[in-house]
Design a protein around this ligand. Structure first.
Ligand code: NFE
Ligand code: MG
Length: 566
């Protein structure tokens, strides 16, 4: 007999997400993803000055703080067909790359590792064995006997005190947890180190952006980061080298610890490589522009349909009609007035709540579609598209990861294994490795350009009478983000954000096609319906952000997770 599980809210994410699953014979047969709160930033923007929009939209989220700022200025610049000085592109690129490094580290260790790593089991680890294992995987200096012993002692003290702190709520001892104690101890040690390295990335953003979270250095037309190598108050050589130092340390952590941990966990959980693929249409946009108009990029973007890597298609520039003409959103199952599917330029956002109706409306999140199809977005999408399009850095790290996984797992793991729940973690770690190299590359590009005597950072926008429409995209940590603006006589007439977590966490569309979370849960095992660890594994692998998805705010912030099994 089918059982219905409701997990509300899902924890270790941003925002309020409810997941319902129908389970039969310990397997998920159907699932529903529901965003539970709404704020309406898109509505607040109407009538305002387009130059202010980035400051409002950036407040959509406290996690991906930079991304709505960048997408917003790009949307206005696209509407006005503006060119951006090279320094401004490089500075934005540095910010977005370093922000993603921080975000990916936090996601793996803080928001999802404990779905796979049993912290309590680490207490049983043999220190010598842990050291041997960790050193066989990586030459990271933190993989020392002294450190592992210190971490084990610390963990023991935490557990004995009865105050588990960040480790208080998880399914310790769950039968789906299968890592040996030594791997668990190594992962706990890296979890604690990750806290330091994400902070280093954040510090670098604060130096460039003036403040973090929520950078202050953007402007429609460029950046406000004044550059003068000989001035103490501006971006000068001292600050640039400080940033380089921080980013280099973060790169080492990502390449020697994070990527390796994800490979090891993926290999040891190789049975999971068959779960969680769901929607195998992928969407990513190119980013890290190398020129003033956004026609050449260091990060690849495009589409893949039905997992067919051979026919991947690239987006060519910031103005590509292949993107502009194919994005739509459906509200057939969302709590808004109507049941249309429309281009973001034509949408409205009129809330109409009906309670949770599994066959009717059941979420505040809209359902974005590309050419009418649901698309999975996120690091995995970008990595698969880059791989399919022959992007060299992507190929280098994908091949490295698959080779190492195959060696540890003792079976041949190919690229098709990435269509899975662990594959999303691998995609994210691979993307982080790529971005850590690219951050340093764009640092060099910036310093070289300044060295040529170019100190330009801003081209002033002018707003003609009449109507202009524009879209700006950005490949954010959770995937493809786009902002869509209609300007009339210098004011915002319509503004829509189509956000990564909207693509992934959205509900069914008018044709009844489930969104990526819903599709990825189908077929997942559930060993104990009262403790649905497996649901968390697959949902967390997408890195949900519901504030982004429905541009919402949680006024209570304190409810504990509730699992209902009916
Ligand atoms: Ni709030 Fe964000 C956006 C999403 S990107 S986290 O846009 O989804 O990582
Ligand atoms: Mg929206």
């Amino acid at each position: 007999m089918a059982q219905k599980i409701t997990v509300d809210p899902i924890t270790r994410i941003e925002g309020h997400l409810r997941i319902d699953a129908e389970v039969e014979g310990n397997t998920i047969k159907k699932a529903w993803s529901s965003g539970q709160m709404w704020r309406g930033i898109e509505v607040i923007l109407k009538g305002r000055d387009p130059r202010d929009a980035w400051l409002f939209t950036q407040r959509i989220c406290g996690v991906c703080t930079t991304v709505h700022a960048i997408a917003s200025v790009r949307a206005v610049e696209n509407a006005l067909q503006m060119e951006i000085p090279l320094n401004a592109q490089y500075i934005r690129n540095l910010v977005l790359a370093i922000h993603a490094l921080h975000d990916h580290i936090v996601h793996f260790y803080v928001l999802s590792a404990l779905d796979w790593v049993d912290v309590v089991s680490a207490l049983k680890a043999d220190i010598n064995e842990t050291t041997k294992l960790a050193q066989s995987l990586s030459d990271w200096p933190g993989n020392s006997k002294e450190r592992f012993k210190a971490v084990k002692d610390k963990l023991k003290a935490i557990v004995e005190s009865g105050q588990l702190g960040p480790f208080a709520n998880a399914y310790w001892g769950h039968p789906a947890m299968i890592l040996p104690p030594e791997v668990n101890l190594m992962a706990v040690s890296h979890y604690l180190e990750a806290l330091d390295y994400q902070r280093k990335a954040d510090s670098a953003i604060a130096i460039i952006g003036g403040k973090n979270p929520h950078i202050q250095n953007l402007s429609v037309g460029g950046v406000t980061t004044a550059i003068n190598p000989n001035n103490e108050a501006t971006l000068n050589m001292e600050r640039l080298y400080w940033i380089k130092q921080l980013v280099s340390e973060v790169r080492d952590f990502i390449q020697k610890v994070y990527l390796i941990d994800v490979i090891a966990v993926g290999a040891l959980y190789k049975d999971w490589l068959k779960y969680g693929s769901g929607v195998k249409n992928y969407l990513a946009v190119p980013d890290m522009p190398l020129d003033t108009r956004g026609t050449k990029f260091d990060l690849p973007g495009g589409t893949i349909f039905n997992g067919d890597l051979k026919n991947a298609r690239a987006f060519k520039n910031f103005n590509d009609p292949y993107f502009r003409e194919n994005v739509q959103e459906s509200i057939a199952h969302s709590w808004y007035d109507g049941s249309w599917t429309k281009s973001p330029f034509e949408e409205d956002t009129i809330p109409k709540y009906t309670d949770f109706k599994p066959d009717g409306k059941y979420s505040w999140i809209k359902a974005p579609r590309f050419k009418g199809e649901p698309m999975q977005v996120g690091p995995l999408a970008q990595v698969l598209i880059g791989y399919a399009l022959g992007h060299e850095l992507t190929k280098k790290y994908v091949d490295f990861a698959l080779k190492k996984i195959s060696k540890i797992a003792g079976v041949n793991v190919g690229v098709e294994a990435l269509h899975s729940t662990p594959g999303r973690h691998l995609g994210r770690a691979i993307r982080a490795a790529i971005l850590s190299d690219l951050a340093l590359k764009h640092w060099e590009l910036l310093v070289e350009n300044i060295g040529r005597g170019d100190l330009e950072i801003f081209n002033p926008p002018t707003f003609p009478k009449g109507q202009q429409m524009g879209f700006g995209f950005h490949e954010a940590p959770r995937g493809t983000l786009s902002h869509w603006i209609v300007i009339e006589d210098g004011r915002i007439k319509n503004y829509q954000c189509v956000v990564p977590s909207t693509w992934n966490a959205g509900p069914r569309d008018g044709k009844g096609k489930p969104g990526p979370y819903e599709a990825a849960l189908v077929g997942n095992p559930v060993a104990i319906p009262e403790k649905p660890l497996e649901v968390l594994r697959t949902v967390h692998s997408f890195d949900p952000c519901i504030a982004c998805a429905v541009h919402c705010l949680d006024p209570e912030g304190k409810e504990f997770s509730r699992v209902k099994v009916l």
